[in-house]
Design a protein. Sequence first.
Length: 283
Amino acid sequence: STSLQPYGSRVGNFAKNAAARNILETMERKQSNLCVSVDVTKKKDLLDIVDAVGEAVIMVKTHIDIVEDFDMDLVVQLTALAKKHDFVIFEDRKFADIGNTVSLQYAAGVHKIASWSDITNAHLVPGTGIIDGLAKVGEPLGRGLLLLAEMSSKGTLAAGEYTRANVEAAYNNESGFVMGFIAMGRVDDKYAPADKPKRDFLVLTPGVGLDVTGDAMGQQYRTPDEVIYKSGCDVIIVGRGIYGALTKESDDTARQAAVESVRKQGNRYREAGWEAYLKRINH
Ligand code: BMP
């Protein structure tokens, strides 16, 4: 399995995808496999969280459509922070429509996702036309796409033959635009098509927490060790476990303390993720 190779030695496996190469190189440079998921509704909160954890992470994941005061200045500031702290941007858009519609949703509208997000993701529910629609926009910009082969939530229908179909679609994507999966384990190994040479893909995994096992709406958490070491995934995605302290309005002193707590949690998850990775490659 390619997951037993160091991140840096896998760069050459992604000759056709600049975003994937950049992610692997960033992981080596920063000694981190941590993606922070910044699911907050205010521009200032988003930027403060990203500035606090920027040093610890290799990737910032956004749900840009939940930001109430979104404007293009947020994009300007977020991309400036990406330069300052050396991370890539992942808009977790979960496209799920026909090719023509997703190409418009990706390129246009209020958010113009393709213009600023290094990678994004899609459900394969509509069929492989969704990949073609997104590739038309993303490929010329050097972007990458992840397929949601599995999900972390209780009762997910993304399993079994549906997961296999995602892996096959990725293997059939000759251009290399599909660079990986959202999944809970090495689906690229488990469902590798027998009639094709093995290819490398990145596996990014949400549902990661060190202190709790789930939430009230079906989220299920595993530890970085379970995700990176035991399951062989490449990137841990952590949301509330990191930014949880900064969710309510408070005075300046309390806010400053919350930002410091966010920074601390970022470092904690970076260390846990990297330790699990070192254990994996040295095993
Ligand atoms: P948290 O760590 O706070 O539970 O956040 C997880 C993040 O990952 C959320 O942004 C969610 O949309 C996303 N996510 C997930 O939790 N499970 C999946 O299977 C796929 C996701 O994108």
